[in-house]
Write a protein that binds this ligand. Structure first.
Ligand SMILES: Nc1ncnc2c1ncn2[C@@H]1O[C@H](COP(=O)(O)OP(=O)(O)OP(=O)(O)O)[C@@H](O)[C@H]1O
Length: 250
């Protein structure tokens, strides 16, 4: 469904991704973790066609990313999705409805079907009761749920989320996991970046530890907890433990 082959990316002379090959199959939930600056967001941006790698191949539904047109079938919640300014004027419902523009085009009126889909998406994330609230007056966790609804409003085949657990409290983390499990059970393919390895473990069918390269993938034969903890450690911590090159302790 999503296929990356030997992808290399640098910002100027700063290497960020070094030979990434990854295959995301239909219905799979891929959890991606790794230290700050490991290249996780960059990887998602490359898949979404927002930035172009220096080399390598990316295919989405078998189509090279530069020729891919069906972006409405991919829902994306960015890392900074919840930074609404206090004076941002839109309501929760309007924010979610605006996600339908990906299907209808920017300058068309929204149909009754669009509005029904927006209500349904808000209901899925348990936010229907706040549909008329200004988005800027919601908490970070509530805004996160609204942005997930906005991604879901086009009924995507793939949902890509960059740190969806940011700002979500413990009680709502469980709710968010349940929501994503329901989507997984509905057959939505997902790529989730998170710094919460246990939370990701409860959802992901494939687990990827990234630090410029893929340090480990799936690791069914190893102690997942050790691998994941390893990957979450910063490079500085690894140096201080004298294992800077030992990202994967087989
Ligand atoms: N626009 C940019 N210009 C130059 N360097 C950048 C830019 N965006 C990111 N970088 C660098 O690329 C590297 C990877 O960044 P990226 O945001 O992909 O990491 P990440 O794994 O998502 O980190 P985090 O867990 O902190 O969100 C970092 O060293 C970062 O400083």
């Amino acid at each position: 469904m999503i296929e990356l082959t030997d992808v290399h990316f640098t910002y100027g002379c700063h290497p960020v991704l070094d030979g990434i090959s990854l295959h995301v199959c239909e219905g799979e939930v891929v959890g991606i973790t790794g230290p700050n600056g490991a290249g996780k967001s960059t990887l998602l941006h490359i898949i979404l066609g927002l930035i172009k790698p220096q080399s390598g191949e990316i295919k989405i539904f078998g189509v090279p990313v530069n020729k891919f047109k069906a972006w409405h079938s991919i829902g994306y919640v960015s890392q900074k999705a919840t930074l609404f300014n206090r004076s941002y004027p839109a309501t929760v419902f309007e924010v979610v409805l605006s996600g339908r523009a990906a299907l209808r085009g920017m300058f068309r009126f929204f149909s009754r079907e669009d509005k029904r889909c927006a209500e349904y998406a808000l209901d899925r994330v348990n936010m229907l009761s706040l549909r008329n609230s200004p988005i800027s007056e919601l908490s970070g966790g509530q805004q996160q749920r609204v942005m997930i609804a906005r991604a879901l409003v086009v009924q995507p085949r793939v949902l890509i989320m960059d740190e969806p657990t940011n700002g979500v409290d413990a009680a709502n983390l469980a709710g968010l996991a349940q929501l994503l499990k329901n989507l997984r059970d509905d057959g939505v393919t997902m790529m989730l970046v998170s710094h919460e390895p246990e939370w990701l473990s409860s959802l992901a069918s494939k687990r990827v530890c990234l630090d410029r390269r893929i340090c480990s993938c799936n690791c069914h034969n190893y102690s997942n907890a050790l691998r994941w903890r390893d990957c979450m450690m910063s490079r500085e911590e690894k140096f201080s433990l004298g294992c800077a090159d030992g990202l994967v302790r087989g």
